[in-house]
Design a protein around this ligand. Structure first.
Ligand SMILES: Nc1nc2c(ncn2[C@@H]2O[C@H](COP(=O)(O)OP(=O)(O)OP(=O)(O)O)[C@@H](O)[C@H]2O)c(=O)[nH]1
Length: 360
């Protein structure tokens, strides 16, 4: 993906309010969890001939609450916080049903475990602890309203009613987690693009190109494999901006970067290191050989006017330097290429200059 697309993708996701992703992610699991959990609770209520009044409450909680919770969180100024409150309300409701089921062991453990899993997944230990408190509060409320009873054994029908919840809910959570991890990997790749590449040209940006230059210099010190550093600076670029506007200047930069990419090899490292300044690390190449490459780039630029403002003729000045034992560090290597570029500018532009050779 080009760096420009990465910016657009990240900007698009930033356009959503923070926390909306969470609100959408918990919607389906809550619908399924409460729907199938409600089935297990219903079977237990049936088993113990519970209060008639509990049935509409159960239907409302299992079938209506997930939509109400989603609607509430979507409209909240802070969706993430609202969703956390919803999750605590889930726990309170769960606690109430534990008391209403007279702590029937299988559905009670199932409900408490699934709630705990949700809280841990969404808000870590902090939400888990708060969820436990909400669960306890719901249990106390249920016990106080309905009386404290203990009927831990489940009938066959209750066990059967627990199975769909037991089987499907972890699978759904698995799918949600997998999709989340895919999204995170995608965003990580987008961020990597942003950190490394120049959004206008798609070449390496200054910071990353400099890092490559440093490691290339270190590699050369170890192996002495030839490498040349080429600095290319478009001539009188300010005039292009002034006479034809900034967008035309941007098109010139894009045009030149395409041309540069076309002429260097895949292994060479090209970057945009300033407004209209580009740099290439040309591998397995002496300064003299790099000079041929630079002349080819210069000739190609001269032969292909940039397709803006009826065809703009642009020229480029180039400075080239090799690494040498006399250089303390990569910065000195770069300074020599820069001095050669300065010579090319001073001597009339549109030309290629080599840094003077020194004894190795
Ligand atoms: N369109 C556009 N212009 C840029 C960008 N970045 C820097 N510039 C412009 O590039 C111009 C560079 O001008 P100078 O440094 O004076 O260089 P120059 O006009 O090319 O002159 P010489 O290098 O001496 O030939 C400035 O006008 C900057 O505003 C960019 O991303 N897009």
């Amino acid at each position: 993906m080009a760096a420009g697309q990465a910016i657009a993708a990240i900007a698009a996701s930033a356009a959503h309010r923070p926390g909306m992703g969470l609100v959408h992610r918990v919607y389906v699991p809550r619908m399924l969890g409460l729907g199938l959990g409600g089935l297990a609770v219903g079977a237990t209520l049936q088993q113990r001939d519970a209060l008639y009044l509990l049935w509409p409450l159960l239907v409302g909680h299992a079938l209506l609450w997930p939509h109400l919770a989603h609607w509430r969180a979507r409209r909240a100024p802070q969706p993430r916080r609202a969703e956390h409150v919803n999750l605590l309300a889930d726990a309170f409701g769960g606690g109430f049903w534990l008391a209403a089921m007279a702590f029937n062991l299988l559905p009670s453990v199932l409900v408490a475990t699934m709630l705990g899993m949700n809280h841990l997944a969404v808000g870590g230990l902090r939400l888990f602890r708060r969820g436990l408190m909400a669960l306890a509060l719901g249990t106390v409320t249920g016990g106080a309203l309905l009386g404290w009873e203990l009927q831990p054994l489940a009938t066959q029908a209750t066990v059967a009613a627990c199975l769909p919840f037991l089987v499907s809910y972890p699978l759904v959570i698995g799918i949600v987690t997998y999709r989340l991890s895919l999204r995170l990997a995608e965003q990580k790749a987008q961020l990597r693009e942003l950190v490394q590449f120049d959004p206008l040209t798609g070449l390496l940006n200054k910071m990353h190109w400099h890092a490559q230059m440093e490691s290339e210099f270190a590699r050369w010190r170890r192996s002495a494999r030839p490498v040349a550093l080429m600095l290319l600076d478009l001539d009188h670029f300010k005039r292009i901006n002034d006479e034809h506007g900034h967008p035309a200047g941007d098109e010139v930069l894009r045009h030149f970067s395409r041309l540069l990419r076309h002429h260097v090899r895949e292994a060479d490292v090209a970057g945009r290191v300033g407004g209209e300044e580009f740099a290439v690390l040309v591998h397995d190449c002496s300064a003299e050989q790099a000079q041929f490459l630079a002349r080819r780039v210069r000739a190609a630029l001269a032969a292909q006017p940039v397709p803006v403002a009826g065809g703009l003729h642009v020229t480029v000045s180039v400075g080239i330097a090799e690494p040498g034992r006399w250089q303390r560090d990569a910065a000195q290597w770069l300074a020599e290429a820069d001095a050669a570029l300065y010579t090319a500018k001073r001597e009339g532009r549109d030309q290629v200059c080599l840094a003077p050779r020194r004894p190795r």
